[in-house]
Design a protein around this ligand. Structure first.
Ligand code: SAJ
Length: 413
């Protein structure tokens, strides 16, 4: 397993507890050290128990370098660069690191969410790196011959929801698409050994676009809700009530507006479609722009309210990108808190029950502190609810009536 992050670590541990011999690889020595002790470096419900049991079973080891294996799974980040174009350099590094170990008949599976054509590129890189091996491609499928078996290369995008990863890893349907039909088949057989959901076979390009499409679908639908929240603000209509009423229609199912869209998936993947087909992907691009603009709308609202106060103390409830997780990646709440602190609008108290220290992006702002919920509610004259964590469900909003409350999640509706 190359990459021991939010996808690689749970998948590797699951496979190990199912009896596979798994070797995990990560470039970060701290990650390797932590996992080798049976501990975790990221939070996901029950992952600590799974990793401990996987490591103690002897089936799960970790190091900085790959070792010779039958199956290589790549679960490394695929971020975007400044211009929103995809950066697949981590995939290329993973392939370079495993290439010397490859033997005929090995299976390579790319799980990282990737732009269309990446799985085929793996074949092209390997043709250069290992000219001694048979490498299939879309135009040159390869069946097994008597002399030596080809390498098989497939994409099987991860589709698990943070917060429910361990359940969804087993229960969700999976899509597998190889660079040729034999690659698809080999990957399908592999996943059938530990996935209860159905394995849907296709080709690599379709599998890549299917994953991007799923996240773009959700992004477009959240953008619709976020756009409605702006329209309602202008027209003085309660957006939460509006959506509830519209959703009584049997064919309407509007999602919820929020402070913006975060996480390393939905805020990123639609750009891969826009990058590949910029003229065609107009709606997908606009949805990204609508969602990316939502934190700015929240900031403007807070600044307006703060302007009417002598010494604003602002409690920002929640920093993670969604409820009940500790993941701060691409979080709109972090963006909002950072901007408010930079604007020197007043004292900012961030409340995030899932972290112990502020992330580096936020730790050098003198007017910002990480605080505890009760004290923050007491001291603040403006309260912004940014994330609907379970930990905030106990708040008695009635006793906070004299304070300014900005509810970006519709909890008070
Ligand atoms: N959000 C809203 N309103 C909503 C729903 C979500 O504002 O009605 C916001 C959340 O607060 C969050 C963001 O959208 O900031 C994304 O959250 P999410 O729960 O929709 O999705 P993720 O990013 O946690 O996980 C998604 C999932 N994809 C889909 O549901 C299509 C998951 O299955 C994928 O595996 C994951 O992306 C991924 O890794 O690609």
């Amino acid at each position: 397993m190359i990459g021991l992050g939010y996808i690689g670590l749970p998948t590797a541990s699951l496979l190990a507890t199912k009896g596979f011999k798994v070797h995990g690889v990560d470039v970060n020595p701290k990650v390797v050290e932590t996992i080798s002790r049976g501990d975790i470096h990221i939070y996901e419900p029950d992952l600590d128990i799974l990793v401990k049991s996987a490591v103690h079973s002897g089936n799960f080891t970790a190091s900085k370098e790959p070792i010779a294996s039958d199956v290589y799974i790549i679960a490394v980040p695929t971020p975007f660069q400044n211009n929103h174009n995809p950066d697949i350099s981590y995939v290329e590094s993973a392939i370079r690191s495993l290439a010397p170990h490859l033997k005929p008949g090995n299976l390579i599976i790319l799980e990282s969410t990737s732009p269309v054509g990446t799985t085929e590129k793996i074949g092209e890189w390997l043709t250069q790196l290992r000219p001694d091996l048979k490498i299939p491609s879309r135009s040159k499928p390869m069946s097994v011959s008597s002399d030596s078996e080809p390498i098989r290369i497939s994409h099987c995008p991860e589709r698990v929801l943070p917060g429910q990863i361990l359940k969804e890893l087993v229960d969700n349907d999976r899509i597998v698409g190889g660079v040729d039909p034999a690659s698809t088949d080999k990957a399908r057989i592999f996943y059938e050994q530990f996935v209860n959901g159905t394995i849907h076979a296709t080709d690599a390009r379709t599998a890549e676009l299917a994953k991007l499409t799923e996240n773009a679908f959700r992004d477009v639908n959240i953008a619709f809700a976020n756009e409605l929240s702006l329209i309602c603000d202008k027209l003085e209509v309660n957006v939460w009530n509006l959506i509830k009423l519209a959703n009584y229609h049997p064919r309407v199912n509007i999602l919820q507006p929020g402070p913006g869209v975060g996480g390393h998936c939905i805020a990123v993947d639609p750009w891969f479609i826009v990058d590949s087909a910029p003229e065609q992907a107009r709606l997908i691009r606009t949805a990204r722009e609508v969602n990316d603009a939502k934190p700015g709308f929240v900031i403007k609202k807070v600044l307006q309210k703060a302007a009417g106060l002598q010494s604003p103390v602002i409690a920002c409830l929640g920093l993670s990108f969604k409820a009940d997780i500790e993941d701060l990646r691409e979080s709109p709440s972090v963006e909002i808190v950072k901007k408010l602190a930079e604007e020197k609008v007043g004292k900012i108290i961030a409340v995030e029950p899932h972290i112990q220290v502020l992330p580096s992006r936020l730790c050098n702002l003198p007017n910002l502190e990480l605080g505890d919920l009760a004290a923050a509610l007491k001291r603040a004259n403006i309260i912004i609810l940014l994330v609907n964590h379970r930990a905030f469900s106990e708040i008695d909003w009635n006793i906070l009536k004299e304070k300014v409350i900005i509810d970006t999640r519709g909890v008070l509706h």
